[in-house]
Design a protein around this ligand. Structure first.
Ligand code: COA
Length: 292
């Protein structure tokens, strides 16, 4: 029997056994069925969901990914279309806000999600462009070694993970090391950029459905970012997707000139409009929208 108030339905922790229901819910909202992505998120973060009162799987999901105690990302906020507008989104988001404690919470909002996030105290602090297309490296000179400039090479976990995490915590401002360790099995490629033996950036490319996602990309400057993106994407047999700040005009027009146009925009929102830690000028592309 359906309770009178769906927003009072219990929220429970999700596990890997819920994967098929998460994907069914995504499909209900015309999102792709991305099993590898859900698996990574449920294993490295905390998934929460609301069971359908009529026994038909899940009617709501959200994933909280903590980065140490200071910051956390919110993603995969979904409510079944047949339960839309009945307070489930508010209930799930309120639940993760309570779970997150003092951590600074951030997320990428679609135009559908933004009104709900604004109601619960998130503020837009930037715009993110999703770019999708067949990357055409052309005769791009980046990626090869050159005097005084960064070049990229495949990363090796034993040799590079510690330095990569040390660079990342400076840039991201919170500890992503557990997730970054997983990158080596999740991604098809992880590369590091170096200049004169010093680490100047890193990047990864991972597959989901029919697209190769390029991210995260951390780079000390645009030239290093171009080297990493070119080397990660030059042999892609499919469309690439990369999410980066709208303000990065030089990189976004470079991507447009290499066959990767803008396909959508999301709002980067932070709860309470709090300042995020780290040096985000070097955080070029996000890992994925659910993770920042
Ligand atoms: C976005 C989504 C999660 C909202 O869930 P929901 O259960 O319908 O939202 P709620 O009923 O809890 O709404 C909470 C509040 O936000 C408001 N709200 C939610 N969506 C809104 C919209 N699109 N426009 C205006 N207001 C909206 C509601 O009016 C409500 O306000 P109130 O509590 O003051 O009455 C749901 O529409 C969804 O799954 N959409 C598709 C997937 C998606 O885009 N997810 C967001 C990714 S960033």
């Amino acid at each position: 029997m359906k309770p009178a108030d769906p927003s009072a339905l219990p929220v429970r922790r999700l596990g890997l056994a819920d994967l098929p229901h998460c994907m069914d819910l995504a499909q209900d909202r015309s999102w792709p069925r991305e099993e590898r992505k859900w698996r990574l998120l449920l294993e490295s973060g905390e998934g929460f969901g609301i069971d359908a009162p009529d026994g038909g799987g899940l009617v709501g999901t959200v994933v909280l990914t903590r980065y140490g105690r200071t910051a956390a990302a919110v993603g995969m906020m979904l409510v079944a279309s047949r339960y839309g507008g009945r307070g489930l989104g508010r209930r799930l988001l309120g639940h993760v806000l309570a779970e997150a404690g003092d951590a600074t919470l951030f997320l990428y909002a679609t135009e559908y999600g933004r009104p709900l996030y604004e109601k619960l105290g998130f503020e837009t602090v930037g715009l993110i462009e999703a770019r999708t297309g067949r990357f055409d490296a052309g005769d791009e000179p980046y990626g090869g070694p050159g005097p005084g400039r960064s070049s990229s090479r495949p990363a090796e976990p034993g040799r590079d993970l510690a330095a990569l995490c040390a660079l990342d915590v400076e840039v991201f401002g919170a500890d992503r090391s557990r997730l970054l360790a997983r990158l080596f099995t999740f991604a098809e490629q992880v590369r590091v950029a170096e200049r004169d033996g010093a680490l100047t950036g890193y990047g990864a490319a991972w597959r989901s459905g029919d697209r190769l996602f390029v991210g995260p990309i951390v780079a000390e400057d645009d030239e290093t970012a171009r080297a990493l993106i070119t080397d990660l994407a030059r042999d892609a047999d499919t469309r690439i997707r990369i999410d980066l700040g709208h303000h990065r005009r030089e990189l976004t027009s470079w991507l447009a000139g290499h066959g990767v146009p803008q396909t959508s925009t999301t709002s980067f929102m932070v709860h309470g409009g709090r300042a995020l830690p780290g040096d985000r000028s070097r955080l070029v592309a996000s890992f994925m929208s659910a993770l920042g």
